[in-house]
Design a protein around this ligand. Sequence first.
Ligand code: CA
Length: 644
Amino acid sequence: MKNIFICILTTLTLLACTTKQARLEDECLYSDSKTQFCFWSPIAEQMELRIYADAQTTEAETYALRKDKNDFWHTTVKGDLAGKFYTIRSCQNGKWEEEAPGIFAKAVSVNGTRAAIIDLSKTNPDGWVQDKRPAMTDPTDIIVYETHLRDFTMSPNSGIQNKGKFLALAETGTTTADGLASGIDHLKELGITHLQILPMFDYGSIDETTLSHGKYNWGYDPINYNAPEGGYSTDPYDPACRITEAKQMIQALHQAGIRVIMDVVYNHTYNVAGCALGRVVPQYFYRLNADSSYANGSGCGNETASDHEMMRQFLVESVCYWAREYHVDGFRFDLMGIHDQETMRQIRAALDLIDPTILTYGEGWAAMSPAYPYDSLAMKQWTYRMPRVGAFSDDIRNALIGSPFDHLRGFASGNPAGKQALCFGLAGGINYNNNQFGEGWSGEPMQHVSYITCHDNYCLRDRIEVSAPEETEETRLRMNKLAQTAVLVSQGMTFIYGGEELYRTKLGIDNSYQSPDSINTIPWENKLIYNDLYEYYRQMVQIRRQHRGFRLGTAELVNKHLEFLPTDNESFVAFKMKDLKGIDTAKSLIVLLNGSSEPIDTDIPAGKYAVLAQDGKADAKGLTTVSTDKITVAPYSATILAEK
Ligand code: CA
């Protein structure tokens, strides 16, 4: 018994040493005279490194690896290996697994089947050393814009040369066919602060050898977590090319004052058998069911095990690697509810050491039930336990436009059922006024990601069309503006799905993950055709950015300054941001949201107001000035008043 106890203690000590001493990211340390390799496996009986002269040859030089006391397997190969490729193989119970790149391959061959040995320092574009994250003095400034590299650029009217590539977002001075700003310049003009890019790590659903076929995929199917996707590079056969071009994109966005958020999908891998995580240490990185089958909280056939020590370390090291090597400014965690809370806290702590302004948020849910205690998972409900990690608010989304699980209208399209949840979301998901609108789940309002649409489900135009088909387009445009206005005046962190400002449609397809470009691409011609809508969005972004009252940043301030005005109309929400002296240029702000088909007359506190938005028009400088204590709010519209 005593021996077993000592044995357990020794194992625990070793584990502790492992996490402190070794880094998974050091699996291939290149210099021009030698390359050092190290890979972790606690269960392998033997491990073997194979070095290939190129990506195709089947002939390899094989090296046996030796294990250290921390379960890392090492070897050093002399000579200059730049341009060569490697894989590893592990042997358990006398059986050799199939070869795979290491789990921390930073450069890979076409389709990511082999890891590449390169000099990373040579992948830096000119001026990379001077590259800096754009200043972010006030975290409440954040307005996130989500896009996919193809959605944003493939349109023949985008005016962008390198369509569908990292380099598309390194182009400046581009214009639509009508001569209006497109690409990066469009983002600057719109006024967003952060660009969230759909998966850009190496994923499996696009064959990089047939890119000319123009196949589309969102990319939620990770192969190599720490190398960029080859399909977005101009030469997927050159392992350095995708790295350099991803950096060029980030550099150009930084120069435009825009921060870059990576959509990371650590919750599952493309498959188990074909991925390094599944091959190198079989089963360890995944959660298993009682019968040893793979658990499937992701709905994609497997779920990773962030609660396992080295999977947790992998996540922490991986995000830090992207933050340091690529200067990535934030991470959006796909199905974050599959990860455990402790892992998210450790990720936050590790990123804080690099730069505390790096953003972290994710989907506080899973696709199916994860094989881990719910109470310990990073679910939305427990967001307050993970300071400065945010979660998407399906509360405000469903309240405003309806749930993705039905086609009902939402508050903005004439269904008052969501009024309570809308007020909850406007307050940023906190414990507001003793949980007046429901139990708060965000500790601070910026942890509540206010949004109505993202790549998942219908885009806004389609959602309103399927839920209010009998309405005219004019009315549906009013609903569109009203819904997005509510997001932009909420105390949460604002998130806009790219292309909504250009009235994008996916022709009624609510899951376009592999639909062609014709469905997914943003219609740049709409910048002129629906210019009224675009200008409204742009002005609303400005209104948010100019009025600190809409983004007070702490639950304490929200409770102090946010007051909902009494109304007995279920389709009407009225609130006041009061006593803003020292916080905002306005003494107070009044927001009136009419989700009905009738105009609503309402009393307001008597005063002199700049009208920032009214009847489907918005102007950050003010549409007009009124001195009044009564106002009429037009059907399906928002009125925003700034007290002078
Ligand atoms: Ca790929």
